[in-house]
Design a protein around this ligand. Sequence first.
Ligand SMILES: *[C@@H]1O[C@H](CO)[C@@H](O)[C@H](O)[C@H]1NC(C)=O
Length: 218
Amino acid sequence: MANLMVIISVVVAITWSTIAVAYEPSPLQDFCVADFNSPVTVNGFSCLDPKQVTADHFLIKGLNIPGNTSNPLGSFVNRPTVLEIPGLNTLGISTVRVDYAPRGVVPPHLHPRAAEVLTVLEGTVLVGFVTSDPENRLISKILHKGDVFAFPFGLIHFQQNIGKQNAVTIAFLSSQNPGVIAIANSVFGSNPLINDDVLAKAFQVDKSVIRKLQAPYN
Ligand SMILES: *[C@@H]1O[C@H](CO)[C@@H](O)[C@H](O)[C@H]1NC(C)=O
C-alpha cells in the first residue's frame, strides 16, 4: 500500500511538473522594452525606463519587401528578433518572413528556444519535421496559400518552394530570440571544423565525402 502511494505521488509530481513547464511565465508589468545599454546581465535584457518607451520600440517596418533569393539556397529569411524590436523583450514571441525562388529551400534547421507556426502567403511549399530519436519519423505536408503548419519545439524542420512561381511564408516563433541551428552549417561548417574522422565515423562514409561536405565552408 505504501509503495502504491509512492508510485501515485511520483506520477502526480511528474504530471504537475509537465503542466508547470507548459505555462508561460506571468508578466509582472505591462512591458519590459529591452535596454541595450544597461550593464545589468539578466536572461534577456533589462527594462528601459517605461517613461522613455515609445511606439517605435514595438515597431519594425519592411516585412512587405521581398528578400533577394539570388543565392545558392534560393531563399531569403527576414527574422526580426528582440534586437530589432526591443519591445519583444520578455514577450516570448517573434516573427519571420521567408521568400523562396522556385525550388528554393530553407535547409534542415531547428530553433533551440522556440516552436513555430508558419502560414503560406503565396505559392506551394513542402514542409516537414522529424521526430526525435529513436523514431526519427518524417512528418511532412505540401502547403498551399493560406495553409498554416506548426513545427514543434526544437525539432529539425525544413521548407521548399515546389511551385513554379515565387513563394512567401510568414511565421511566428515562441521566443523573442528563437535562435537557429542550421544542421549543415553546424556539423560541416563549424569553426574550427569537427575532426573529419569523427564525422566519417558518425556518417559511415569515407573522409573524402566529409571533406566535400566541408568544402563550401572553408
Ligand atoms: C541579389 O543578390 C545578387 C547576389 O548577391 C546580386 O547580384 C543582385 O544584385 C541582388 N539583387 C538585388 C535586386 O538587390
